[in-house]
Design a protein around this ligand. Structure first.
Ligand code: NDP
Length: 271
């Protein structure tokens, strides 16, 4: 049977095995997808072991996305721009790397009928998750994409990668007097319950507030948006299922239906 893995450390929390097993049932494909905890120095060895044991592909999560990038023989354009991969495809003795987080995010926003074309987008954060979605967001032709980060130099480094597009870098404080249609939180602040210094007025002006973090409880950012009655308030669960669907497609050439899987994960979270 074709073997797939998600590699990470930690990995026990990963929902990817459940998502891919549901996709496999839905599409009547025989495949085995498991999570694997990899020691920090053992990533390359784990990949090679999988390839030797009928491995056809893998997902990669923190902290190995950059190591995975370095291990690939070939990379997609969007992976090159992101400097990281979350999907490995093993074919003809080569390792091909791609990143599906951006498509996962964009497809989830479109699923919620959020208009990206000609919109003013504010992306909070400049870590791996932010880097991984910029190209996909730009492919939707927004009017502008502004990246705000605690460490300004990291946002500036991303903006410099897109000299032909309207991408700029600012501090959180600079957001105060600007107006955005969509605010996407790609910081990990939500994981620790920390709030971001984004003013109520900036949030109130937006139609959509999206947080890549998901969980049983809303993040401080989404709670703030709820209090301010923002129209669309969306967490990152749909992005998670969406990026998985794109990985599944790269491996199997079949695009699964994200809706029923998302419903079952949402029900689990709400239990
Ligand atoms: P990184 O560690 O690479 O980057 C973290 C980012 O968060 C940096 O920009 C950092 O700022 C910022 N940050 C962290 N804490 C704070 C804080 N207290 N205040 C302000 N800024 C803060 O993480 P990733 O980019 O890989 O992941 C970011 C989040 O996205 C994670 O929570 C992850 O779970 C989520 N994610 C969700 C996905 C999904 O499918 N839903 C997919 C991928 C990621 P600085 O540069 O100044 O340190």
């Amino acid at each position: 049977m074709k073997q797939f893995r998600v590699f990470g450390n930690p990995i026990a929390q990963s929902k990817s095995p459940s998502i891919h097993q549901q996709f496999a049932v839905q599409t009547a494909l025989m495949m085995n997808y498991e999570s694997e905890l990899v020691e920090l120095e053992q990533f390359d060895i784990a990949v090679k072991k999988l390839i030797a044991n009928e491995g056809k592909g893998a997902n990669v999560t923190a902290p190995f996305k950059e190591q995975a990038f370095a291990l690939c023989d070939e990379l997609s354009e969007r992976a090159k721009l992101a400097g990281a991969v979350n999907t490995l495809i093993f074919s003809n003795g080569l390792i091909y790397g791609d990143t599906t987080d951006g498509l996962g995010l964009v497809n989830d926003l479109l699923r919620h009928h959020v208009q990206l074309k000609a919109s003013k987008i504010l992306l909070l954060g400049a870590g791996g998750a932010a880097k991984g979605v910029v190209q996909s967001l730009l492919e939707q032709f927004p009017q502008s994409l502004t990246i705000a980060n605690r460490t300004l130099s990291k946002a500036e480094a991303i903006a410099e990668q897109y000299p032909k597009a309207d991408v700029s870098a600012i501090t959180f404080e600079d957001t105060e007097h600007l107006v955005f249609d969509i605010i996407i939180n790609a910081t990990s602040a939500g994981l620790s319950g920390a709030s971001l210094p984004i003013s109520d007025q900036t949030i109130k002006n937006a139609d959509t507030c999206y947080d890549m973090v998901y969980g049983t409880e809303s993040t401080a950012f989404l709670k703030q948006a709820k209090l301010l009655r923002v129209d669309n308030i969306i967490d990152g669960l749909g992005m998670l299922v969406g990026q998985a669907a794109e990985s599944f497609y790269l491996w199997n050439n079949i695009r699964p239906d994200v809706e029923p899987v998302l419903m079952s994960l949402r029900a689990e979270l709400n239990q």
